[in-house]
Design a protein around this ligand. Structure first.
Ligand code: TRP
Length: 344
């Protein structure tokens, strides 16, 4: 277990993470998030959220939003998040997320939020036309985490800055209210390999569902044939697999494939290179594709089964929301008291 983030913080060690409700989950989501969520259950109390309120910051989708949430819930369960041990729930089902976000809006400084690079990327050239919600997105994220006094947050590299903001908000709240250890300062958990899964065609771009070419990614629902053909056509170079990590320098696509193999088999990159170093991609690629198919096909089958069984999924999500509220509501009551809001 990682060291306590503040030696003086005496609350429980708790993991919180969230995923956007998106259909079209891919290998990057699996290795970067789901597989880690599953493993963390052995070490921590874990709370996993589907962030529908974050999703509406980029536009409405009332017809599909609930089903997109169900699909991610199905992926959590299919990948091995156990709803009995961990909490799986939909953000908007626990109203305290928005309540705490408002309080944090009054803690966070304009300058802090204006620095967030993800907003600049998502808003593009015409930031004036983006929603206020998109600007405020990282403050809601801080509320997600701190509503549960979570100490550890498994996220991708791209969320590091948002985690820093969460820590700044926690720290300022604690200072302003003279409550030094009220909130923990949550730590990101960003471990490789698998921390960053890149496009199969361009090792400088992240694997993404928005890439126009489906050949750049492995979808969680791809069958063994699709996986084989995508991996065989993945960009490499004429050299064999290198014998050591130094040999990966300047070979981003090769590094990505080796990283995927290591992550999916939960081995070290060095060990994968020890096995395949000196061999050609004619050997490595089929081995990788078969390993991936063996890992993903039971998950895809379980996702299909669960998404067809809305009643079961909704029961899991109702139960999850209840468990989440049982943690969140007492913390929110404490926050209200610390802030000095009226209660009778
Ligand atoms: N912003 C995160 C992402 O896009 C999703 C998210 C929302 C999240 N709230 C969170 C992640 C809280 C961790 C903790 O990946």
């Amino acid at each position: 277990m990682t060291d306590a983030v503040q030696p003086q913080y005496k609350g429980p060690q708790r993991v919180f993470s969230g995923m956007q409700p998106t259909n079209g989950l891919h290998l990057g989501n699996y290795l970067g998030a789901l597989q880690k969520f599953v493993r963390l259950q052995d070490q921590y109390e874990c709370i996993y959220c589907i962030v529908d309120l974050h999703a509406i910051t980029i536009g409405p989708d009332p017809q599909n939003l609930a089903n997109r949430c169900r699909e991610v819930a199905a992926a959590y369960v299919a990948a091995g998040v156990d709803p009995k041990r961990s909490t799986i729930f939909i953000q908007s089902a626990v109203r305290e997320h928005t309540e705490l976000a408002w309080i944090f809006n009054c803690v966070a400084r304009m300058g802090w939020v204006e620095r967030m690079t993800q907003f600049k990327d998502k808003a593009g050239k015409d930031a004036q036309r983006s929603s206020v919600g998109l600007f405020d997105y990282p403050v809601l994220q801080a509320a997600d985490i701190l509503l549960y006094k979570a100490t550890h947050v498994p996220v991708g590299e791209d969320q590091k800055q948002h985690l820093e903001l969460s820590r700044d908000i926690a720290q300022k709240f604690n200072n302003d209210h003279d409550a030094p250890n009220f909130f923990p300062l949550p730590e990101p958990l960003i471990q490789g390999p698998g921390a960053r899964i890149m496009s199969l065609r361009d090792g400088s771009k992240k694997m993404s569902k928005s890439d126009p070419s489906d050949m750049t990614r492995i979808n969680l629902t791809d069958d063994a044939d699709a996986i084989m053909s995508k991996i065989k056509k993945a960009t490499t170079d004429p050299l064999p697999v290198p014998e050591n990590k130094e040999g990966l320098a300047g070979r981003a696509e090769v590094e990505n494939l080796v990283g995927i193999f290591a992550a999916v088999t939960e081995r070290r990159v060095e060990d994968v290179l020890a096995e395949f170093g000196g061999k050609g991609f004619g050997v490595f690629k089929p081995a990788l594709a078969e390993t991936l198919a063996a890992k993903l096909s039971p998950i895809a089958a379980e996702m299909r089964r669960l998404t067809a069984d809305t009643a079961t999924l909704d029961a899991i999500l109702r139960d999850g929301a209840e468990k989440a509220r049982a943690v969140a509501q007492p913390i929110m009551a404490e926050v209200r008291e610390v802030v000095g809001l009226w209660s009778a």
